[in-house]
Design a protein around this ligand. Structure first.
Ligand SMILES: [Zn+2]
Ligand SMILES: [Zn+2]
Ligand SMILES: [Zn+2]
Length: 171
């Protein structure tokens, strides 16, 4: 999966726009190394961003670091708080190290659901605790709810860095 060469980028983008009549889904190529067949993505709502990001904590963190200059590992006592620039969230001040989790749960709406009692939890480790604490849920499985508005991209059909049928372009 090579990215589209930068000299061809605007050409491919124009072609996709003309073909599909909506802006193409832009995904960072190096976000895709860990996926073989498909990836679930959501539009990034950070101010001015036009990319899509894979719906996974690690990937959100990588994206915030790479494209928005957030030091996503900074959590120490003396770390200064930063502002979340996600559309509609201008008041949230948190340590940069907490932003990935904030974006995943608050803005992407990812929840972990207990298959036995349908409890909805905001983190995977909270589910593990939940299943330990409740005898009835000890053999339950966790079902990830990826929130509204995510879509699955089939990587098999991304040839030469783009896919017209899925309106996807790797950058
Ligand atoms: Zn972004
Ligand atoms: Zn926010
Ligand atoms: Zn449960």
């Amino acid at each position: 999966m090579n990215p589209v060469r930068s000299s061809d980028k605007s050409m491919v983008q124009d072609m996709l726009l003309e073909f599909n009549r909506v802006n193409p889904i832009l995904i960072a190529r190096d976000a895709l190394h860990e996926y073989d067949t498909e990836v679930r993505v959501r539009p990034c709502g950070w101010k001015g961003c036009r990319m899509h990001i894979p719906v996974e904590l690690k990937q959100v963190s990588k994206h915030l670091k790479q494209y928005h200059g957030i030091n996503t590992s900074a959590t120490s006592e003396d770390t200064e708080k930063t502002t979340c620039l996600w559309s509609g969230c201008l008041d949230t001040h948190t340590k940069p190290g907490n932003l990935s989790r904030h974006v995943l749960t608050r803005h992407l709406g990812v929840r972990w659901i207990c298959s036995h009692c349908q409890s909805s939890l905001s983190r995977e480790d909270a589910f593990r605790r939940h299943s330990l604490e409740r005898p009835d849920c000890q053999s339950a499985e966790v079902v990830v709810n990826y929130g509204d508005g995510s879509q699955v991209i089939d990587l098999v059909y991304i040839d030469g860095g783009w896919s017209a049928s899925q309106n996807v372009m790797l950058i």
